[in-house]
Design a binder for this molecule. Structure first.
Ligand code: 3UK
Length: 509
């Protein structure tokens, strides 16, 4: 890919203002229930908010701005306003509690905040506990103090700050399946780089596409898929505040969505509605955030006729760096490095291992590598390569196969067992809706494999079922990998980004 950027670059100019300047201001940009904004509408809102930030809230370039809302058009306008004013966007997951917000405010040294009034309760608590935060405005709030009233006092034009291509514009917080969240820094040129790598070579959207999906814009999977990528090509996006499978299905129908971004769990649930989905214009479906089991890929293809596009991305790298398009999907493989990126599998000393050998995934590209003042930089970045924390294997053809998070490899009687491989086998059993596998301490074997299983409705949670599942795994993969312990649950613990929280299952043990 051609990734040379001018010294002065503001991603808002490229992704938003350029369309209006080139005569596409009347095209639909963002939709939501009851709302349709053209590119010119979004630009005008972002301009007014940028003025509020600068004139009323005293923002200067380089200040960090907390953004907090469910996925809605105002959140998108606020994001672009921060870019225009040369600020740094720190978007937070809607469900964060005051304690977690306080950590984000302090780690990020956040001085300004724009927040959806529906999330005021925890925001107010965090703001009171955090002297570093100087200015806070709510939107969707009536009265003279609300952001909308302030916007009405401002002009609709704004001259974007001429930021440097390598000025930081995003602080992305890792979703934290374990431990304290880390902040990762991304530049204006990184935003453009992710738009010009994976979407250009793998997704290949067109201006008539309508994007939709579930990941929050606060998660870089959602920021790319549901804001940056549609705008890069002049397409439109439907933003849903709540996007559980039933509402997502409704949204796909209502807005005529053609490109869908969501996680494997959601594809499994939506697959039950294949007949309805076949009557929509849906044509491209992207799965990320968690490993995509081969069974889920097959289920989706069977239900909808659409080949899923899998891709591994990370907050550290901003977006997807290994993926495949519909023409080179291999069951069980995440794909090959996205043009612009290099990936390899290394041993503990950082040496590349031969094809077919399990090791640590290392990746390098136009994005990545920058933690904000975190000693873990030394652990996760070596010689310019990001270690993602994943165990992978590359085959002789250069396809990358996910094995597990490096800390989810189970060692039982000397055998290495990847938890996701056992999950994938269990998932092929018709009684299983969801499952999670961990290693639990065992006096004889060191660890044993334990499975937590959510059954489909109407299935009996008894000894006989547990035995049936154990036998099924033994018949599907190497028998020593079968779960010696099985426990039935109503639901699995997940993060707001849809990732399984295996550590919570460990805690319970
Ligand atoms: C796991 C996957 C197997 C993997 C993300 C797309 O998930 C994203 O970012 P996070 O920082 O987590 C990164 C970790 O999640 N993972 C993600 N995708 C896959 N594992 N197959 C996949 N397809 O452990 C990785 O290290 O929350 C995903 C785009 C942007 C993102 N930030």
């Amino acid at each position: 890919p051609e990734l040379r950027f001018p010294e002065r670059l503001n991603c808002a100019t490229e992704l938003l203002d350029r369309h209006v300047a080139e005569g596409r201001g009347g095209r639909v940009c963002i939709r939501a229930p009851g709302v349709t904004w053209t590119y010119a509408d979004l630009q005008e809102r972002a301009n007014r908010i940028a003025h509020v930030l600068v004139r009323e809230m005293g923002l200067v370039p380089g200040n960090r701005v907390l953004l907090r809302a469910p996925n809605n058009p105002m959140l998108a306008a606020c994001w672009f306003a921060v870019m225009k004013a040369g600020g740094i966007a720190v978007a937070t997951m809607p469900l964060l509690r005051a304690k977690e917000l306080k950590a984000v405010l302090e780690i990020g040294q956040v001085t300004h905040a724009l927040c959806d009034a529906t999330l005021a309760e925890e925001m107010d608590l965090a703001a009171r506990a955090c002297p570093v935060l100087r200015q806070l405005r709510y939107f969707k709030q009536d009265g003279p103090d609300g952001l909308e009233a302030a916007m009405a006092r401002m002009p609709g034009e704004f001259r974007n700050v001429e930021t440097a291509a390598d000025d930081t514009c995003i602080l992305g917080f890792t979703s934290g399946t374990t431990g304290v969240p880390k902040a990762t820094m991304h530049f204006h040129r990184d935003v453009m780089a992710i738009c010009d790598c994976w979407p250009k070579y793998v997704l290949r959207p067109v201006a008539d596409d309508v994007f939709i999906g579930s990941p929050p814009l606060a998660f870089t999977f959602g920021l790319g898929g549901l804001l940056l990528f549609p705008l890069r090509v002049g397409a439109s996006v439907a933003l849903l505040e709540k996007a559980g499978p039933p509402l997502l299905l409704e949204g796909i129908r209502e807005f005529g969505a053609t490109v869908l971004f969501t996680a494997p769990t959601s594809y499994r649930a939506l697959a039950a509605h294949g007949a309805e989905l076949r009557r929509t214009p849906l044509r491209k479906c992207v799965s990320a955030g968690e490993a995509l089991p081969a069974a889920t890929r097959a289920l989706w293809k069977e239900a909808t006729g659409i080949e899923l596009i899998d891709g591994i991305g990370a907050t550290e790298m901003l977006h997807i760096f290994i993926s495949h398009d519909e023409s080179n999907a291999r069951p069980g493989a995440t794909g090959k490095p996205v043009p612009g990126y290099r990936a390899r599998v290394v041993d503990d000393a950082g040496r590349e291992v031969p094809p077919g050998t399990i090791g640590k995934l290392a990746v390098q590209g136009p994005t990545g590598c920058r933690y904000l003042a975190d000693p873990r930089q030394k652990t996760y970045v070596r010689d310019g390569w990001n270690l993602t924390g994943d165990a992978y294997l590359m085959d002789a053809d250069g396809y990358f196969f996910y094995q597990a998070r490096t800390d989810d490899m189970i060692v039982s009687s000397g055998y290495n067992i990847a938890a996701p491989e056992v999950e994938e086998a269990l998932m092929q059993h018709p009684a299983v809706a969801e499952c999670a596998v961990i290693g639990v301490p065992d006096a004889d074997r060191g660890q044993i494999v334990k499975a937590f299983v959510v059954l489909r409705s109407g299935q009996a949670r008894d000894e006989a079922m547990a035995r049936a599942l154990q036998d099924f795994v033994k018949a599907t993969i190497a028998p020593y990998k079968y779960p010696r312990a099985v426990q039935f649950l109503d639901a699995l613990p997940r993060t707001q980004t849809g990732k399984l929280q295996r550590f919570r299952l460990h805690e319970q043990e």
